[in-house]
Design a protein around this ligand. Sequence first.
Ligand code: DGJ
Length: 542
Amino acid sequence: MSTKNHTLDFSAVAAGIIVFAAAFLTSTALAETDSSSLPHIVTQNGRHALVVDGAPFLILGAQSHNSSAWPAMLPKVWPAIEALNANTLEIPVYWEQFEPEPGKYDTSIVDMIIQQAREHEVRLVLLWFGTWKNGSSHYLPLWLKNQPDKCPRIIGKDGRRVDSPSPHSASALDYDCRAFSAFMRHLKSFDAQHTVIMVQVENEPGSWNTIRDYSPEAQKLFMAPVPVGLLKAMGANAPAAGTWTEVFGTNSDEYFQAWSVARFIDQVAAAGKAEYPLPMYVNVALRDPLTPGPAGTYESGGATDNVLWIWKAAAPSIDLLAPDIYQPDSARYLKVLDLYSRTDNALFVPETMGSPEQARMCFAALGRGAIGWSPFGLDYTVPAQQLNGSPRVTEASLAPIALNYEILRPIMREVAQLNLDGKLQSAVEQTGELTQTIDFGNWQAIVTYGVARNGVARGNPEAIGRALVAKTGENEFLVTGAFCRVDFKAASGGQRDFLRVEEGGFEHGVFRPMRIWNGDETDWGLDFRSIPQVVRVLLGTY
Ligand code: DGJ
């Protein structure tokens, strides 16, 4: 028997494919990548993309543990990044290591990380552990720790020092600006190929155990008029002038702290950008998004959802404010995604739980336009139980996130572009919710979980299902997912007809079909399980 009889003749299919590809390309054509352009954030009709090498890029990330950015630890970091198939590693740069003596900079570790990232074909988001780390200042160089008056701690309401850096110290600001500028200057000279695509300025800044600084410098500012820039941000309802208490009443302490921390960090970021203007963001220790307690029950001064507007006004050098999502329940998780996905704020999740059950939230973030998603602590440096009692990181525990990245990494440029174009939506399984509907106007995508062949949906034993659906033409969709079934319903009332379902992938922005799904693969809907599969669907009605 000649092989010809058994080979799908794609020439007939190809005619349709050309039309298909043309339709897809007109809507989502990718710019040729251009490594000379600096990474930057673009905003288009209120949607965003991180542009890397001249085209939208999706951060499929993992963050290391806090103490992993040391030469002796890196061999325990890269294998986890490989097992995950992540395209980006987020890893700290420690001020105490970078500036061991005043004005003397040790770039050896950052250079090593960049070189190793290149060898692993991974990009980097570097985290500047400077003045703030989780509300404290524990990463100050030793020589600064030994001069507490230079980088003083906050004074609480009771007059006692609190373990949190004051945002009102001019000398602290100078030292941080100087070191951060040196760091960015070095990146510019060492990283012409843009292995580093974004920089986090500080880490979860703000203060615990006091709503604000009550130092004499702070008190003076608190009694003074609210800065005009902040009044302007209040819009039409702003009073002409007033002190913090007059203008903000019971919120004045919290708003004052947010303004102060944001202004400090804006100046650090601006100093760094003057050397090398990479995209910069600040990560946020959140307040409860559904039932926030009063100020003081969460970190104060960071970009919590109620003070995003203050941060936007105070820190124009910061490109985006990024939530660290450790909310275990999905209602809260999804609410946070909604709160930080704004026309003036690109959604990016720089930290989240790396647990298997949270893997689906990557799709939830992408469905809300995220430019990236990156669970915390995914390396092999922590030998026993991790923080919060979550299990040790193993290849098996990484597998659900690895599946996400196996699906997404080959199509990450297309997904980022589709999001910029506003064409992508997602569904993630919720316990007890067996069917979800995604509205695309003339079509609805119907996503069901735990459904056998032509049976009824029962839900997966654990809620792990996820689907990503993009509308790429009037009757054309790109679909992928895991542990779910995707079908379509016409708004016209006509009965859905799968005219053609092609499984394939992208080559230089063009969809290349590998096979056509038909028969069992389409008769009951499009089933996605634990294999990375992307299909392009042409729909009709009868
Ligand atoms: C949030 C911080 O930003 C991280 O650096 C790390 O401390 C985690 N919390 C630990 O859970």
